[in-house]
Design a binder for this molecule. Structure first.
Ligand SMILES: [Zn+2]
Length: 633
């Protein structure tokens, strides 16, 4: 699919935990705890009220439909600030410094004064009912191979409490307070990204800039990305919680697929004059003697609706591994109800006979689809109403929504897209003035930028502009330097190509290149620098090592059969030259070129091309010398 043609616009929002000594608003350490070490826990009830929030946000309203209790686990490493029993202290200056450093690296303009604001959160992830956030800088950007991408804002925020489980019934949510208050920078790009590949590269570059400070936390869960995506005729969708950078390209791709397919489904539904009836039927009688375990588990209670003209639609795949029926099921799941429909029935122990009776209840024809949920009335009704609304939307538009990234690169419905976050000043935290001296000091200690690194690589390793740019923006840049410093006879272009293009190609072939560690590359180039194999074999060796990362490179070379016996190689070349003696006598030194092709056919990847060329030249010379001495006899 051509991302440009469909008008893809995407932006990233990156949340990165900072590796500060203490939290953003208190002196507690920023370490995560074993949840078993919790010293006590306390309970809170959802307390978001309309009066506190002014107008009610659609997302807030939806969240309020599920009444919940929140339980918080506290530790000897958390204090009364996390418990919301003591007001927050002043902004952690160490965190402000790191945020300013990142802002300068992104060519942003820092604000004169940092004001802490409150942003309402009602999912219980913060004990005080809002998240504190402070704008630090605006209007920067980064260059990518595919053009400039603006960075609109950089905020300093407190991380939320982490959800650890949903206890018993889904009515109580348990949070752990160790993560609450860890400083985060939130970096929001402009919607300047135009392709899935560019999205991945922007995420990589931002990640590298953050790590280059040496002051951010590393490891799973310390960086989280949200992606805003829209396509022409589609809708703006925010996909939350991407922890694996590698997935970003795929998520963008899959969202484009989803929206494109939803547009097709909408046209199909219009063509069929599909319609949605709001009538919900109690179907429990049909399943009085059912063998279906799903229905028995729900106490035999089944409710359903009929979607006219929807036959086959729910069974249509709209994203890898997800059908339109999965979208509807997301809505039912929000109310703890599982969803089944006649596009997939009979199944789940539901019989043909029961399906016939289902359809008869609604006078459904083969064009229609009956959707059922197995749950008591109080869950089933709101679940089916939500499904009806989503089905109605399908005939009109693609809903603007917030979605949850799945490990496969697809996504599931989470909640409606929230309106612009309403902010209120946090009066407990004094504003922080950013003076020139402080900025000057941070500026004088900035880590190397891509631009500087690129210039240095051109100068030091003689790389051309394209390759220098490529490797200076690549996460493997320090490995590149180490290889170059260790093995002088390895050409820089080969190392760059290997760490960029070759790895990308192998990834396309679905080789698990993430299994390759720095030492694999170091060892491989060490062997190559000792002429143990030809450079043409690099992709093959990497492929082999990705599959058997435990094996030594030496052993791998033997296993692949690359370690050529030089005696044999010389013999083989000599035999080829001898078999073309007449040609060599006729062409002289010019015979080397054409013969090179013949020899390479036999030895490609086993011996370095340069080495072959050298031997070939020798052998050709020998034949010529012999020829002249014959003539003189
Ligand atoms: Zn604390």
């Amino acid at each position: 699919m051509d991302d440009h043609k469909i008008g893809l616009k995407a932006g990233l929002e990156i949340h990165q935990q900072l590796d500060t000594r203490t939290k953003l608003f208190c002196k507690c350490p920023t370490m995560l705890r074993d949840k078993k070490e919790s010293t006590f826990s306390f309970k809170r009830y959802l307390r978001a009220s309309k009066s506190e929030m002014g107008e009610v946000d659609e997302a807030a309203l939806e969240e309020e439909k599920y009444s919940r209790t929140f339980i918080y686990k506290a530790y000897d490493s958390t204090c009364l600030v996390e418990n919301d029993e003591q007001p927050p202290g002043e902004l952690n200056p160490e965190a402000v410094d790191i945020a300013l450093e990142v802002a300068l690296l992104l060519n942003m303009n820092p604000v004169d004064e940092v004001h802490t604001m409150r942003k309402i959160v009602i999912d219980g992830s913060n004990t005080c009912g809002f998240q504190r956030t402070a704008l630090v800088a605006t209007d920067g950007g980064i260059e990518t191979e595919e053009g400039f991408v603006g960075v609109d804002s950089l905020c300093l925020e407190e991380d939320a409490a982490s959800k650890i489980e949903t206890e018993g019934s889904s009515d109580a949510v348990v949070y752990s307070l160790d993560r609450l208050g860890i400083p985060l920078v939130e970096i929001g790009t402009a919607p300047d990204i135009r392709t899935a590949d560019q999205a991945k590269k922007v995420a990589e570059q931002l990640g590298m800039i953050l790590r280059s400070t040496g002051k951010v936390k590393r490891g799973l869960g310390t960086i989280r990305q949200d992606i805003n995506i829209s396509i022409e005729d589609g809708a703006r969708v925010e996909i939350k919680g991407v922890q694996n950078l590698r997935l970003i390209g795929k998520i963008v791709e899959n969202e484009v697929t989803r929206q494109t397919n939803l547009i097709k489904l909408r046209e199909e539904l219009k063509r069929r004059r599909a319609r949605v009836e709001r009538q919900i039927e109690d179907l429990s009688d049909i399943f009085a003697n059912t063998t279906s375990k799903v229905i028995k588990r729900a106490g035999g209670k089944v409710f359903g609706i009929c979607l006219r003209g929807f036959a086959g639609i729910l069974g249509t795949e709209i994203q890898p591994g997800r059908r339109f029926g999965s979208e509807l099921a997301d809505f039912a799941n929000k109310y703890g109800a599982g969803l089944m429909h006649t596009d997939e029935l009979p199944a789940y122990g539901i019989s043909e006979e029961e399906v016939v009776r289902l359809k008869r209840t609604f006078d459904a024809t083969e064009d229609d689809c009956v959707v059922i949920v197995a749950a008591e009335r109080e869950r089933a009704e709101p679940a089916l109403k939500a499904v009806l609304r989503r089905a109605e939307d399908a005939m009109r538009e693609i809903p603007k929504e917030t979605r949850r990234a799945l490990p496969t690169g697809s996504s599931a419905y989470m909640r409606p897209l929230p309106g612009a976050a309403r902010m209120y000043p946090e009066t407990d935290v004094p504003p922080v003035e950013i003076d020139k001296q402080r900025l000057q000091y941070i500026k004088s200690k900035l880590p190397e930028t891509f631009e500087h690194r690129k210039a240095r690589y051109k100068e030091k390793f003689g790389l051309n502009d394209e390759l220098a740019d490529k490797i200076s923006r690549n996460p493997h840049f320090s490995l590149f330097e180490r290889i170059m410093e260790s093995y002088e006879n390895i050409p820089a272009t080969l190392v760059v190509r290997t760490l960029t293009d070759t790895l990308a190609e192998l990834m396309q072939e679905e080789i698990e290149v993430e299994k390759l560690e720095d030492h694999h590359f170091m060892d491989m180039f060490k062997q190559l620098s000792a002429n143990a194999f030809g450079k043409e074999a690099v992709p093959e060796i990497l492929k082999f090592m990705a599959k058997q990362p435990e094996m030594s490179i030496k052993k791998a070379i033997e296993e692949i059969g690359l370690r050529a016996d030089m005696k044999e190689v010389k013999q083989l070349i000599e035999d080829i030259v001898n078999s073309k003696k007449d040609f060599v006598r006729e062409k002289g030194a010019k015979a080397v070129g054409p013969l090179m092709g013949v020899v390479m056919k036999e030895l490609r990847g086993k011996v370095d091309g340069k080495m072959i060329n050298k031997i070939l030249e020798e052998k050709v010379k020998e034949v010529m010398v012999r020829a002249t001495s014959h003539d003189s006899e």
